[in-house]
Design a protein around this ligand. Structure first.
Ligand code: AMP
Ligand code: ZN
Length: 318
């Protein structure tokens, strides 16, 4: 992977049958990502991390201007909060929980024997109080609710977390562990929709300043099962989720690099986040998929950031 790949050349120039190497293999060969043996779990090169750092500085400029409070939660949250959040109702297929050995000496001997025999040893692992954070904003709501009424001017947060989703894939943009930077607004319906509008304008501007082609579209979350289809349709009909799509793996199936979600008063009601006037708080979040944005940049501009277009380098490195 050096310059702009064939996938992003004008359609007329593009070969009709792709002989290109899978993007993931190119990333491994170029040392941008380091394989672990498990799909969706990778090491990151220094250059990759630096691109993410620089991009986050751009986002943070806006968050600071807005007066957002910065909080970074660890990549795990209390199990009880995931249960209460409804995540296991909507996305059981994505959730991950933390288990640990809690037995005695006898159990330990049986554990070691099971591993030595290549047998299933999961019966020796018991659930801890922790689950893996599925989205950066999930740990926030119960902590806001615990602090009392949401002030009249609303609340703004700037969050970041490693997130886990069990969706192993050969597409490098679909990882099992990835980072989400999120800005979250909690307040009245007007305050949070205005917040989302502001980011719906900023998001495309930000990506275009990095010479990334992008398009906004209405979207839905991957709700599980038959019942989930109805929830997905409802979410689309009400335009509760938008995504900013960038061609990374292919032009035909661009990748969601940013999400803009309006939760109405769902989390306000669930967690008891109440405004000073006694009404349930509304909330909205804008999530930046940091690995996806970095991958979009590497895909668009090549494997060595030193050779990226001067204008792009200037935006990132000043
Ligand atoms: P979502 O909560 O699904 O809207 O996710 C927020 C953002 O995280 C998305 O816009 C993506 O950029 C990013 N994201 C979601 N799932 C993954 C994944 N499996 N791997 C990498 N990034 C992801
Ligand atoms: Zn969120």
């Amino acid at each position: 992977m050096n310059a702009r790949p064939p996938a992003f050349q004008a359609a007329a120039e593009a070969p009709s049958v792709s002989t290109a190497k899978p993007f993931l293999d190119e990333l491994f060969e170029d040392g941008v990502l380091i394989p672990s043996g498990v799909d969706g779990l990778y090491g990151r090169s220094g250059a990759f991390e630096e691109v993410i750092d620089r991009f986050e500085t751009l986002v943070e400029r806006f968050s600071k201007e807005d007066g957002a409070v910065k909080i970074h939660f660890p990549p795990a949250m209390p199990r009880v909060n995931m249960e209460k959040s409804g995540y296991l109702k909507s996305f059981p297929q994505l959730a991950g929980s933390v288990h640990s050995f809690m037995g005695n000496d006898m159990d330990h001997c049986r554990l070691i024997a099971a591993i030595a025999e290549g047998a299933d040893w999961s019966e020796f692992q018991k659930p801890t109080d922790l689950v893996l954070t599925p989205a950066a904003c999930y740990p926030l709501y119960p902590t806001v609710a615990a602090k009392g009424a949401v002030p009249a001017e609303g609340l703004l947060f700037d969050l970041k977390s490693y997130c886990f989703r069990h969706e192993p894939s050969k597409e490098p943009t679909r990882m099992q562990f990835f980072r989400m930077r999120e800005n979250v607004c909690i307040g009245t319906a007007e305050q949070v929709t205005e917040f989302r509008e502001r980011w719906l304008a900023r998001g495309p501007e930000l990506l275009r300043s990095l010479d990334l082609p992008c398009v906004l579209d209405v979207a839905n979350d991957p709700f599980f099962g038959r019942g989930g289809k109805l929830m997905a349709r409802n979410q689309r009909d009400q335009q509760l989720k938008f995504e900013l799509l960038v061609p990374v793996n292919s032009v035909e199936n661009p990748t969601a690099c940013l999400s803009f979600n309006y939760h109405q008063d769902h989390f306000g009601t669930l967690w008891g986040m109440t405004r000073e006037d006694g009404e349930k708080a509304h909330s909205a979040c804008v999530g930046f998929g940091l690995e996806r944005i970095a991958l979009a940049l590497f895909r668009q501009h090549g494997s060595d950031p030193a050779t990226w277009p001067e204008a792009v380098r200037k935006v990132l490195w000043g």
